[in-house]
Design a protein around this ligand. Structure first.
Ligand code: HEC
Ligand code: HEC
Length: 285
């Protein structure tokens, strides 16, 4: 080989190495993370600043990942604007994780970790024993203001697979909100709403959408009432659920150990929310 030939090969070799090095250093690519091959035994963290969710490297890993997608991007798959009309089971553009925060892994945000093993469960509210399918469909019909998800569907199988996957750690015990120091007052709550909540949820309470209507991108800030909100049968329409959730999580990101709202303000703002219009439950039981 000539000297020139060698030089060319050398340059080509350097270029190839440089290209590989560059491709490894692409800005924005996440560092390679180990594949998850077993359900978490300690509390998982699927928040934006945590390690996040990875498709588990196990037999039903894809199904579990689909379940995670259904929880976090509900609007995109089963919302009223979802691409497949036969899957439009939810009646609003919320996601499950608008309430079950961080994919159901936020301890103070209605966590779904550990609940799998607690079903079937007797519920005082409906005076019957609920299977997990029944319970999921309560949130479908009330929180999501939609239709029950067929028991044999791939979507129901995926939700159950995801909840089973995060089902090992001990669930958080429910702590009912303490009663308000003074009776809850909607007029005082309106002042709290304007001062604290409207910055994100807007003064009309209808939230801020992502993308234009009909593109199924859900919300940046979800609505707190109005036609695209949960209906009046939903757990979040009840003082006992809403007060604790709002006090410990709103404004979103607040330290639950050091809430911004006083207990009285949380009760008052919920009293205000309860004066606002929302869809009626279609099939009360
Ligand atoms: C608007 C808020 C909201 C949305 C959206 C929502 N939920 Fe819920 N969910 C609640 C509340 C509040 C409770 C608990 C209170 C109660 O028993 O009524 C609950 C309870 C549950 C439970 C039972 C938890 C336990 O500890 O027993 C499951 C499972 C569940 N939801 C799944 C879902 C799924 C899946 C979705 C999406 C398809 C969803 N939820 C959407 C508010 C919501
Ligand atoms: C900094 C912005 C911000 C502020 C301020 C804020 N929220 Fe939220 N809120 C959010 C976001 C974002 C979500 C959805 C959480 C998610 O998807 O992770 C949410 C969810 C909710 C939910 C459950 C989902 C739904 O659609 O009903 C309720 C209820 C709620 N907020 C009430 C309030 C109340 C009441 C206040 C005032 C005390 C308040 N929020 C203040 C950002 C905010």
């Amino acid at each position: 080989m000539t000297r020139n030939g060698f030089a060319l090969l050398f340059i080509a070799g350097c270029a190839a190495i440089a290209a590989v090095a560059l491709s490894l250093r692409q800005p924005g690519t996440a560092p390679p993370s180990p594949a998850v091959s077993a359900p978490p035994t300690s509390w998982p963290d699927y928040s934006a600043d945590g390690p996040g969710f990875q498709t588990p490297a196990m037999a039903d890993g894809e199904l579990i990942a689909y379940g995670y997608k259904l929880i976090t991007q509900t609007f995109a798959v089963i919302g009223p604007e979802a691409p497949d009309p036969s899957l439009r089971l939810a009646g609003n553009n919320l996601s499950c994780q608008n309430c079950h925060l961080d994919g159901g892994t936020n301890r103070g945000g209605l966590p779904l970790v550990g609940v799998f093993g607690t079903y079937p469960k007797y519920r005082e509210r409906d005076r019957r024993v609920d299977s997990l399918v029944d319970r999921l469909n309560d949130c479908m019909m009330r929180s999501m203001n939609g239709q029950p998800m067929p028991e044999g569907s791939r979507e129901m199988a995926a939700l159950l697979a995801f909840l089973n996957f995060i089902g090992k750690p001990q669930p958080v015990a429910a702590r009912p909100a303490p009663p308000p120091p003074q009776p809850a007052d909607a007029a005082r709550g309106a002042i709290v709403f304007a001062a604290v909540c409207a910055a994100c949820h807007q003064s009309d309470g209808l939230g801020v959408r992502l993308g234009s209507a009909n593109v199924a991108l859900g919300y940046r800030f979800p609505p707190l009432w109005g036609p695209d909100s949960f209906n009046d049968g939903a757990g979040m329409d009840r003082f006992e659920n809403a007060v604790g959730f709002i006090r410990h999580n709103m404004p979103r990101g607040v330290d639950p150990q050091n809430p911004q709202l006083s207990l009285q303000q949380a009760w008052d703002v919920v009293a205000y929310l309860k004066t606002m219009p929302r869809p009626k439950e279609q099939r009360p039981r």
